[in-house]
Design a protein around this ligand. Structure first.
Ligand code: ADP
Length: 671
């Protein structure tokens, strides 16, 4: 076994590899770019070497710098992780030339699978079933189109050099073909410097099922069953699970054998994944082979009880596979959800920012969190916006799914938009619970996942109002404890009036619209809904708040909800779905009778425009600041005639909820 290895990667996968190396008593060397000077993988490793500037092309992709770092530190082997240099045959060859072990397959195997079309030719020869299609060398548009016409539509155009869903286009009819081909070629050329295409029959409702294979240097090979990765956005995975729901033993065995056939056809060594499309009728087709460890390998680890990085290290060190095929068994069910800094409401575009608050759910035998970031870290423009992988396990799918929902509802992240609520909403839909999976799942069920019906919103509103009221009481009580007179009536939040109802009312921002809800507090501390739909009026509500957990009683129906509050935005997770809302703070107008008054931001958001200049006189109700939060604009108006003395922020600035925005002087402060 090795004494010291270098990990040519960053983030969660570098941390993941370091953990196993440490378990095996192997010392580790990290590499880092200027953006990662203080990254977790750097602090976790025994040594770390700077390899260049922040952009990956100037650091993590520079094979010479990585090799130099390995030589300098005396690392005997390099683990490439996934992405970056993991499927780069030249890098693997350069390692070999320098007597450094590349922890991955031999150069020939990487080369064989590097081109999707060449890989298909090899697989076809080896008798592995392929998606019907054309993957030949003649790239003339007429020939490509002829094949598409012969095959029948829809077809899928794929970049031969492709990856990450780039250079891929669905074509639904012959008329669309030429335009789609042009677009796919352009995208492929700009992403991979190569515009060769293959044409495949587009299967409309397949599942993405992949087989984990492992081979050692002695020629033994096993498969560690399958993963279902059908839940994808933009053809990229977001939730994976193992085993694939409803998989028949005979299909599993046939796919496993086909995957091993694929691996043997290229004299494979180490960890590899053979990806298939599985059709409704259980026919399966080879798609591609990834010659590295996959992002989603933890679900396989959870159901087999094996550490795949340990297997990789053993195999690379020349040892035999730790287990034979009949020693491997599936135990229970596992899910992985990829937590991304991205905006599901904006076509899942990646977002950047500082992780101002980060608290993952607690890890246990059922919950595992693979991450490479800590609170305070930056999700930058340079690398993949994945924050973590949340992995759960239990005895069966239903129980594992309940664990997934629970763990997602406990994930607290502030500082940027993430896909946590999206994942929760997806994981709690009925079709997902029933495992009605195919690669079009998100599109097909987008209504269920994205658009809360008014009924669903109404169901959560009393909980939101109850939470806000109880939270306000808790905060006031905590403050009161710090004062000289903890029993002072001024610390009460029950809205007591000598005669008249005690009402707590809230303006909430939900799905771009403002919704008001009010709770009338009784003398006994329970509440009645006093402003909403006529059908809900009079609903009796009570409850307690323990940390982030709300225990509510609504007309005798007890429910539990988890609430995550960050940056003035609240996510309320109930059993059925997550509801996100903002609280619009009431406008108290000019609070400073001395003349100068500050306006505070009603919630965290961006300054969109300042319609008046600093120093100008304004009329009462004239717009002074326009902010945007949760994709909705708020206009902040002058409470009286006066002068805008100074703005504290400029358009484009991100401001925290409650931050003072402007210095305003009323014209007649006595009025
Ligand atoms: P990439 O390497 O760019 O990620 P893949 O070949 O792995 O591309 O395909 C990514 C996804 O695209 C698959 O998981 C599947 O959802 C979809 N896909 C690929 N080929 C087909 C096909 N022939 N029919 C339907 N969907 C496909």
């Amino acid at each position: 076994m090795f004494d010291k290895i270098l990990i040519a990667n960053r983030g969660e996968i570098a941390c993941r590899v370091i953990r196993t190396a440490r378990k095996l008593g192997i010392r580790t060397v990290a590499v880092y770019s200027d953006a990662d000077t203080n990254a977790l993988h750097v602090t976790m490793a025994d040594e770390a070497v700077r390899i260049g500037a922040a952009p990956s092309k100037e650091s993590y992709l520079l094979s010479d710098n990585v090799l130099e770092a390995a030589k300098k530190t005396g690392a005997q082997a390099v683990h490439p992780g996934y992405g970056f240099l993991s499927e780069n045959a030249e890098f693997s060859a350069a390692c070999k030339a320098n007597d450094i072990v590349f922890i991955g397959p031999p150069v020939g195997a990487i080369e064989a699978m590097g081109s999707k079309s060449a890989a298909k030719t090899i697989m076809e020869k080896a008798g592995v079933p392929l998606v019907p299609g054309y993957h030949g060398d003649d790239q003339s548009p007429v020939i490509l189109k002829q094949h598409a016409d012969d095959m029948g539509y829809p077809v899928l155009l794929k970049a031969t050099a492709g990856g990450g869903g780039k250079g891929m286009r669905q074509v639904w009819s012959s008329d669309e073909f030429d335009e789609a081909l042009e677009a796919a070629k352009r995208e492929s050329l700009s992403s991979f410097g190569d515009n060769r295409m293959l044409v495949e029959k587009y299967l409309t409702q397949p599942r993405h099922v992949e087989i984990q294979v492992f081979c050692d240097q002695a020629g033994n090979g096993v498969y560690l069953f399958e993963r279902d990765c059908s839940i994808q956005r933009r053809h990229q995975k977001v939730i994976e699970e193992a085993p694939a729901p409803g998989m028949k033993d005979s299909v599993r065995a046939a796919m496993g054998d086909a995957a091993l056939l694929a691996a043997k056809a290229i004299n494979y060594e180490g960890a590899g994944t053979v990806e298939f499309l599985l059709d409704k009728d259980d026919t399966f087709y080879f798609m591609e082979m990834n010659t590295r460890l996959q992002v989603e390998h933890p679900v396989t680890e959870m159901i087999t009880g094996q550490d795949l990085v340990e297997w990789q290290l053993r195999v690379a060190a020349g040892q035999d596979l730790p287990l034979s095929q009949d020693q491997l068994q599936i135990n229970g069910h596992a899910f992985e959800a990829r937590i991304y800094a991205e905006d599901p409401d904006n076509d899942f575009l990646p977002v950047t920012g500082t992780l101002s608050y980060l608290q993952p759910p607690e890890e246990s035998a059922h919950v595992r969190v693979d991450t490479g970031v800590l609170q305070g870290d930056e999700v930058s423009i340079y690398y993949d916006p994945m924050i973590a992988k949340l992995i759960v396990w239990d005895e069966n799918r239903d129980r594992a799914l309940a664990r997934l929902a629970q763990a997602l509802s406990e994930y607290r992240i502030s500082g940027m938009t993430t896909n946590v609520e999206f994942l929760y909403n997806l994981a709690t839909t009925e079709p997902f619970r029933k495992a009605d999976l195919d690669t079009g799942f998100i599109d097909k069920h987008s209504k269920l996942i994205f658009h809360k019906s008014q009924t669903e919103i109404n169901r959560s509103l009393p909980l939101a109002a109850l939470y806000l009221t109880l939270k306000r009481k808790q905060d006031a009580a905590a403050l009161a404890c710090q004062t000289a007179d903890p029993y002072s009536p001024w610390d009460n939040t029950n809205g007591w009036r000598s005669c008249g109802a005690n009402i707590h009312d809230y303006s909430l921002l939900i799905n771009d619209s403002e919704i008001t809800v009010a709770l009338e507090e009784s003398a006994t501390g329970s509440f009645t809904l006093s402003a909403r739909d006529a059908s809900e009026l009079g609903m009796r509500i009570s409850g307690t708040l323990e940390g982030d957990e709300l225990h509510a009683d609504i007309d005798g129906h007890r429910v539990r909800a988890n609430i995550v509050a960050h940056d003035g935005i609240y996510s309320l997770f109930t059993q059925d779905a997550a509801l996100q809302f903002g609280l619009i703070e009431p406008d108290y107008g000019d609070l400073d009778d001395g003349g100068a008054a500050g306006f505070t931001a009603p919630m965290t958001g961006t300054i969109v425009a300042l319609p008046v200049e600093a120093g100008s006189s304004v009329k009462k109700d004239q717009a002074i600041v326009i902010m945007e939060a949760m994709k909705m604009e708020h206009t902040i108006r002058a409470p009286a005639d006066g002068t805008v003395v100074e703005f504290y922020f400029q358009p484009g600035d991100l401001v925290d909820g409650g931050a003072e925005l402007v210095n305003f002087e009323a014209a007649d402060s006595d009025s």
